[in-house]
Design a protein around this ligand. Structure first.
Ligand SMILES: C[S@@+](CC[C@H](N)C(=O)[O-])C[C@H]1O[C@@H](n2cnc3c(N)ncnc32)[C@H](O)[C@@H]1O
Length: 213
């Protein structure tokens, strides 16, 4: 399958995943391809694979999130995965945490353009976020190695809450490599979970861990 037909297939799959929210997902994809590229938030080479590598990759993370959860997305960049989760899961409330001004400006404008009332944009580093220990779920993609992520994200989750880090092929190795950090930070049952297995050619690989009670 070439890039074009793979992306066409991805749009079909996205129609199934986003369902009635597909028009919003399409509008977000347009914003990414247009403003996102102009402002240097996403590389032009990503445009032909936006649906497969970005929107779908992030949307399936919703499988692991309980109804009406309070979600903190750390290092959202152009809104991945946080803004996608807010689109696909209108029942959850998502706070997009991002330290760079030009990224938070894009996130605020995109949130308004999409008319999303379940999103808050916070210009901050993970270490500065308050209150701590309250989120049901803390998400991230491509932000930092698991050692640093556990330090940043676990204290933000409520006791028993989850940290979900989208990772690539390194997921299992990172759990082993940073086992001491994870234990020290109060991570319970760190494991590799795959999302979108029935739909995606390349399911999304996630490190999931819970904050010790
Ligand atoms: C490689 S980008 C990934 C963006 C997005 N999550 C994605 O998958 O496309 C990493 C992001 O993490 C942000 N970041 C770096 N250090 C951070 C910190 N201490 N707290 C929160 N975000 C941070 C950066 O500003 C950047 O937007």
């Amino acid at each position: 399958m070439n890039d074009v037909s793979r992306e066409t297939a991805a749009v079909d799959k996205a129609t199934a995943v986003f369902s009635t929210r597909m028009p919003l997902a399409e509008k977000y994809a347009e914003l990414l391809a247009d403003d996102g590229v102009t402002r240097g938030l996403i590389g032009p080479r990503e445009v032909p694979r936006l649906w497969e590598r970005h929107l779908l990759n992030c949307a399936v993370l919703g499988e692991l999130i309980e109804p009406e959860a309070d979600v903190l997305d750390i290092g959202s960049g152009a809104g991945l995965p946080g803004l996608v989760l807010a689109i696909v899961r209108p029942d959850v409330v998502v706070t997009l945490v991002e330290p760079m001004a030009r990224r938070t400006e894009f996130l605020t404008e995109a949130t308004e353009a999409l008319g999303l009332d379940n999103v808050e944009v916070l210009r901050a580093r993970a270490e500065e976020v308050k209150p701590r220990g309250r989120a049901d779920v803390v998400t991230s993609r491509a932000v930092a190695p698991l050692g640093k992520l556990s330090h940043w994200c676990l204290p933000l989750a409520r006791p028993g809450g989850q940290v979900l880090a989208i990772k690539g092929a390194s997921a299992a190795d990172e759990i082993v490599k940073y086992a001491k950090d994870l234990k020290k930070r109060g991570a319970e049952n760190p494991e590799v979970v795959r999302c979108g297995t029935e739909l995606l050619d390349t399911p999304t690989t996630v490190v999931r861990m819970f904050r010790r009670n």
